[in-house]
Design a protein around this ligand. Structure first.
Ligand code: NAP
Ligand code: COA
Length: 261
C-alpha cells in the first residue's frame, strides 16, 4: 500500500512487540523493520516466534515469553537491549479472546483474558520503563472498540480493553515528558485470528461492511501505519490518546437509510 512514511524513518531505533508473532502485531513489527528499526517479537509459542522473526528478517529476534509472567517479560526485554543496545519503542498487543456469555464463562476464563490483555499490558510497560533510556521513547497499547462499546459475549475483553485505555492515560500522565504512551484501537481487520474468532462465518468480502462508514474491513498494513505514526516524531506532541484505526466503526451503524415513503 502507499505509505506516507519514508524508508529509514526508524533507523537506529529498537522496537519490542509483545504479541508480535502473528496477525496485526506481526504486521506492525514488519513495518517497523522495513523502516529501519531493529525488532524483537514475543509470544508464548517458541516456534511461532522463531518463524515470525525469520519472516521479519533484518536480524529480528523472536522470543518466547508469556505476558502474564513478569519475570519472563523482563528477561525478554533485557535480552533485546543486550542484543541491540537500546530500547525506543514498545508495543503491547498480546491478547486472548473467545465468544461466551458471562454465565458460560468460568471465573478462570474471565481472569485469563484480563490477565493476558490488561495485566499483560501492565507487565510489559512496567518492565520496560527503566530500559527506555533514549529521548523520544514511545509506548503503544493495542486496544479495541470493546473498550468503549459494550458487547454481549465479550465481558472479559470489554473489561480488559477498557482497563487498557485507562492505563494508557494514567501512564501518559506519569511518564511524560520523556515517554509518550498511546493506544491503537483497530476495527475489524481482515485475515486475523481476532476476526475468525469474533465474527465466524463473516469475511472481508462477504457483504458485512454496510454498517462501517468506510464500508470495508481494514488491512493489517493500515494498523501498522498508525503505529508508525504514533512512534514517529510526527506524533511528538501526542500522548494519552487512543487512535481509532477502524474505518469509523466506533461511530455507530452507518447503514441507516431513509425509510421508503
Ligand atoms: P493474534 O494473531 O491471535 O495475535 C495475538 C498475539 O499475541 C500472538 O502473537 C500470540 O502468540 C500472542 N499471545 C497471546 N497470548 C499471549 C500471552 N499470554 N503472552 C504472550 N503472547 C501472547 O490476534 P490479532 O487478531 O492479530 O489481534 C492482535 C491485537 O489486535 C490484539 O490485541 C487484539 O485484541 C487487537 N484487535 C484485533 C482486532 C482484529 O480485527 N483482529 C480488532 C481490534 C483489536 P502465542 O499464541 O504464541 O502466544
Ligand atoms: N468459552 C468459554 N470458556 C473458555 C473458552 C470458550 N470458548 N475458551 C477457553 N475458555 C476457558 C477455559 O475453559 C478455561 O477455564 P476453566 O479452567 O475454568 O475450564 C479458561 O478459559 C482458560 O483456558 P486455557 O485454554 O487454559 O487458557 P490459555 O491461557 O491456554 O489460552 C485463551 C488463552 C483461552 C484466551 C486462548 O484462546 C488463546 O490462547 N488465545 C490467543 C489467541 C487469540 O485469542 N487471538 C485473538 C485476539 S483478539
Amino acid at each position: 500500500m502507499e505509505s506516507a512514511f519514508r524508508d529509514g524513518l526508524l533507523n537506529g531505533k529498537t522496537a519490542f512487540v509483545a504479541g508480535g508473532t502473528s496477525g496485526i502485531n506481526l504486521g506492525i513489527a514488519k513495518r517497523f523493520a522495513q523502516l529501519g528499526a531493529k525488532v524483537c517479537v514475543v509470544g508464548r509459542n517458541p516456534e511461532k516466534a522463531a518463524n515470525a522473526a525469520a519472516e521479519i528478517g533484518a536480524g529480528a529476534l523472536g522470543m518466547s515469553a508469556d505476558v502474564r509472567d513478569y519475570a519472563a517479560i523482563r528477561g525478554a526485554l533485557e535480552a533485546t537491549v543486550a542484543e541491540f543496545g537500546k530500547l525506543d519503542i514498545v508495543v503491547s498487543g498480546a491478547a486472548g479472546n473467545f465468544l461466551a456469555p458471562a454465565m458460560g464463562m468460568s471465573a478462570n476464563a474471565f481472569r485469563t483474558v484480563v490477565d493476558i490483555d490488561l495485566n499483560g499490558t501492565f507487565n510489559v510497560f512496567r518492565a520496560c520503563h527503566d530500559l527506555l533510556n533514549t529521548p523520544g521513547a514511545s509506548l503503544i497499547a493495542i486496544t479495541a472498540g470493546q473498550a468503549v462499546n459494550a458487547s454481549p459475549l465479550q465481558i472479559h475483553a470489554c473489561a480488559a480493553k477498557a482497563g487498557i485505555n485507562q492505563a494508557v492515560r494514567v501512564l501518559a500522565m506519569e511518564w511524560g515528558p520523556d515517554i509518550r504512551v498511546n493506544g491503537i484501537s483497530p476495527g475489524p481487520i481482515a485475515g486475523t485470528e481476532g476476526m475468525s474468532r469474533l465474527a465466524p462465518g463473516q469475511s472481508a468480502d462477504g457483504g458485512h461492511q454496510e454498517r462501517i462508514p468506510l464500508k470495508r474491513w481494514g488491512r493489517i498494513e493500515e494498523v501498522a501505519e498508525s503505529a508508525v505514526f504514533l512512534c514517529s516524531t510526527s506524533a511528538s506532541y501526542v500522548t494519552g490518546t487512543i487512535l481509532d484505526c477502524d474505518g469509523g466503526s466506533q461511530l455507530g451503524d452507518a447503514s441507516r437509510r431513509m425509510p421508503a415513503a
